[in-house]
Design a protein. Structure first.
Ligand SMILES: [Zn+2]
Length: 232
């Protein structure tokens, strides 16, 4: 089974692209937030452990995260064996740190598999700041707008209920800028790791959604095919 990591800062459209790419390439999602939630819901021993960590407001440690990812990969492989169309996994929001990336490498090595492609969605910083700081929220019904890409019919007024639109403190250009800095600091070591190995591909995310999807799909296909080509 193939393993693909999709990376991109908030505002890069990673969530949307993840869904579209998965559909086109028959990849199953491996999203840790989702795995945590479903483990808690299932009430298993691991789920209870994670719930206790959540309740204390702490971060789930890497060994538990990796254990959940391992289970998820087994589930995806089973689905493939049982006649499903799924051919691999698309990681979204994981790994986040160098330690997690190393742990994922170990896990895949034990399965005789490896990361086939890592796609980084690049969007110029000014564009990200503009997209994210354009976000407005209805103070009455909570509907979300974007003054640039999805503006309300009347300035600062909710189309649905007429409520006043507000900007959350998290969405000011300063706050957005800080979050982007943090993302870059966190992911720089990962980008370096995968670039060294020759599996990293950069895709320009500052284009229409469908074009970005095409570019990502092409990049993944190319990486996977380059890998399966016979060696001389
Ligand atoms: Zn409203």
């Amino acid at each position: 089974m193939i393993h693909v990591i999709l990376m991109g800062p908030q505002g890069s459209g990673k969530g949307t692209q993840s869904e579209r790419v998965r559909e086109q390439l028959y990849l199953a999602p491996v999203a840790t937030g989702e795995l945590f939630r479903s483990a808690i819901k299932s009430g298993t021993a691991l789920g209870q452990e994670i719930k206790a960590i959540y309740d204390r407001g702490e971060l789930v440690p890497d060994d538990l995260t990796i254990a959940l990812v391992a289970d998820r990969l087994d589930e995806i492989a089973r689905e493939g064996r049982e006649g499903g169309q799924v051919v691999g996994a698309l990681y979204d929001g994981f790994p986040r740190t160098a330690a997690q990336a190393a742990a994922l490498d170990d896990l895949l090595a034990r399965r005789g598999e490896k990361i086939d492609a890592v796609v980084a969605i690049d969007v110029p910083r000014e564009e990200l700041i503009q997209r994210l700081s354009g976000r407005r929220l209805c103070s009455v019904c909570g509907k979300v707008y974007n003054v640039v890409s999805d503006p309300p019919a009347r300035l600062n007024e909710c189309d649905a209920c007429g409520g006043t639109l507000i900007q959350r403190a998290d969405d000011t250009p300063e706050a957005v800028s800080k979050r982007l800095d943090l993302y870059e600091r966190e992911t720089a070591p990962l980008v370096g790791r995968y670039a060294e190995r020759g599996v990293l591909v950069h895709v320009n995310g500052d284009r229409p959604i469908a074009e970005v999807t095409d570019a990502i799909v092409a990049a993944i296909r190319e990486r996977v095919m380059a890998d399966s080509a016979p060696r001389r």
